[in-house]
Write a protein that binds this ligand. Structure first.
Ligand code: G6P
Length: 501
């Protein structure tokens, strides 16, 4: 932790004005500024995955410090050079809450909530993307590698390529990319595709997302696509190849495993169960309080099971952690009201003085507490209606060092492609969801162990370091191809075979 005033270039051991060979660009910096004005590392796998690479290359991370109007000079934090991009109060409202989280987010999650299209939001999105691109262009060394992240910054790859044709650009899309029939609603659908195609490698969570993107490119722009390569015409009449491929993100599995082995974390897990009145079964859900997560569907299924006496409140408790998120966006305010009304009703109907149906917690918790909760949970409920990956599912598995516990997993998550030994559910099918919850509660321990063994193997063998390695491997291949043919990666338009799929 450091105070911003302590981190000016003079005091810092690192030259925060030097150019960097490896640059990460994401909407948020990997640190938050707390009330006491100190920087704290944000939780999350992305930091864990990229930090070693940034530290060893003297790299930089460009991003927003998370609050409106903060103007801070680049500073050093734990061996990483952080380059803050300022967002004004207006930018936060129009670019972040507006276009990013009330247009793109609902549209890309299959319009679970209706997206709003406002031209002034789009203008702010362009303006802020330009600011991020300029910041990245300023910090990148000649021929640097720049890795741009997520839907808030879809225009940055092209803008950056225009400013700095020498750099190799990767983009990773952490959320779903929708089918063309949905994507086509976006009034700026062409500009967004062109923005993304500025990257040399465009990564997605699932094969289906990469396919949806390639189809949108064919339908809107008429470019040729084949087996993950897209032929992108260049301004000088040539053509270059962009790769669009799935790289499923993961977690720092070893860190969860290690925490779960700590005696204090295990003691905390026991304490949690005791404080819940030692029920036979603890069900657990943890999500950002977001309408994509299917929290309402989960509560409906659980409430009906209690009402129909298929479950009894003296035997079962659901712990639901809902971490506060995007609280100034109307759809999120409404969701919070709906969820809290539902929780209140279910508890009012079924609680006894000594037992609660749902222990609802509107907080975010440190990783230690999360792992204790995972260890305390017999059944993990992940019922998202649409989710790019869902890392909670992987965190649960990585924490279950005891080798049992059941994961109920929505088939609409990226994680479902990999975690095939979970109990799969369609959260829209409330009867199916109810049956799945009962199946999970009643599952014999031998069956739990068999499934958990396979799940743990998958998460251990494909961790977040593996994810960043495979993405950067493909990005390095682009650099090597450029270096070896002595060009900027483009070729003559003539002589390209017709690969239109
Ligand atoms: C998702 C997105 C991230 C985002 C995170 C938290 O995981 O893919 O880009 O940072 O949600 O949302 P927030 O709006 O608080 O950054």
């Amino acid at each position: 932790m450091r105070r911003p005033t302590e981190v000016d270039a003079e005091n810092s051991i690192m030259d925060t004005t030097a150019e960097a060979d490896f640059v990460v660009v994401s909407n948020r910096l990997p640190v938050d500024r707390s009330g006491d004005d100190e920087w704290r590392r944000s939780p999350g796998g992305l930091v864990a995955a990229l930090e070693p690479m940034i530290q060893s290359t003297g790299g930089a991370w460009v991003g927003w410090p998370g609050q409106p109007g903060i103007e801070v000079e680049p500073f050093e934090f734990d061996g990483m050079r952080l380059v803050p991009v300022t967002l004004s109060t207006d930018d936060v409202e129009l670019f972040y809450e507006g276009f990013s989280n009330d247009t793109i987010w609902p549209l890309y999650h299959d319009v679970i909530s209706p997206p709003a299209y406002h031209r002034e939001w789009w203008d702010a999105y362009v303006r802020v993307n330009e600011r991020f691109a300029r910041a990245a262009a300023a910090v990148a060394a000649p021929d640097a590698t720049v890795w741009v992240h997520d839907y808030q910054l879809q225009l940055v790859p092209r803008l950056l390529r225009e400013l700095r044709p020498d750099v190799v650009i990767g983009y990773f899309h952490h959320i779903p990319f929708p089918a063309y029939g949905i994507y086509a609603q976006l009034p700026w659908r062409t500009q967004v595709l062109e923005g993304l195609l500025g990257a040399d490698v465009i990564g997605f969570q699932r094969v289906a997302d990469a396919g949806n993107f390639a189809r949108a490119v064919r339908r809107r722009l008429g470019f040729e696509t084949k087996a993950g390569s897209i032929r992108v015409p260049t301004a000088d009449g040539g053509v270059r190849t962009a790769i669009a491929k799935a790289y499923p993100i993961s977690i720092d599995a070893a860190a969860y495993d290690e925490l779960a082995r700590r005696p204090d974390v295990q003691a905390r897990a026991r304490e949690i169960r005791e404080s819940l009145g030692d029920p036979k079964t603890v069900l657990f859900g943890v999500d950002r309080l977001d309408y994509t997560k299917g929290i309402g569907h989960r509560l409906k299924a659980y409430g009906e099971l209690l009402r129909e006496h298929r479950l009894d409140v003296t035997d079962v408790t659901l712990v639901q952690v809902a971490s506060p998120s995007r609280e100034r966006v109307a759809a999120y305010m409404q969701l919070r009201d709906e969820i809290e009304l539902t929780v209140g009703r279910i508890n009012g109907d079924h609680d006894t003085v000594g037992h609660t149906a749902i222990r609802y917690l509107h907080h975010a918790y440190p990783r230690e507490e999360m792992v204790a909760l995972y260890l305390a949970a017999d059944v993990m409920l992940v019922t998202a209606l649409r989710d790019g990956m869902n890392l909670v599912a992987k965190e649960y598995v990585a924490s279950r060092i005891d080798g049992w516990g059941v994961l109920v997993l929505s088939e609409f998550t990226g994680a479902a492609d990999e975690l095939t030994q979970a109990v799969r559910v369609n959260p829209h099918d409330i009867d199916g969801l109810k049956d799945a919850i009962v199946t999970a509660i009643d599952m014999p321990v031998t069956e739990q162990r068999r499934r958990m063994r396979a799940l743990r193997r998958r998460v251990r063998d494909h961790d977040v370091a593996d994810w960043s390695r495979s993405f950067l491997h493909d990005l390095t291949a682009v650099r090597e191809a450029r270096d070896s043919d002595g060009t900027d990666g483009t070729e003559d338009a003539e002589g390209t075979e017709d690969t239109r799929a």
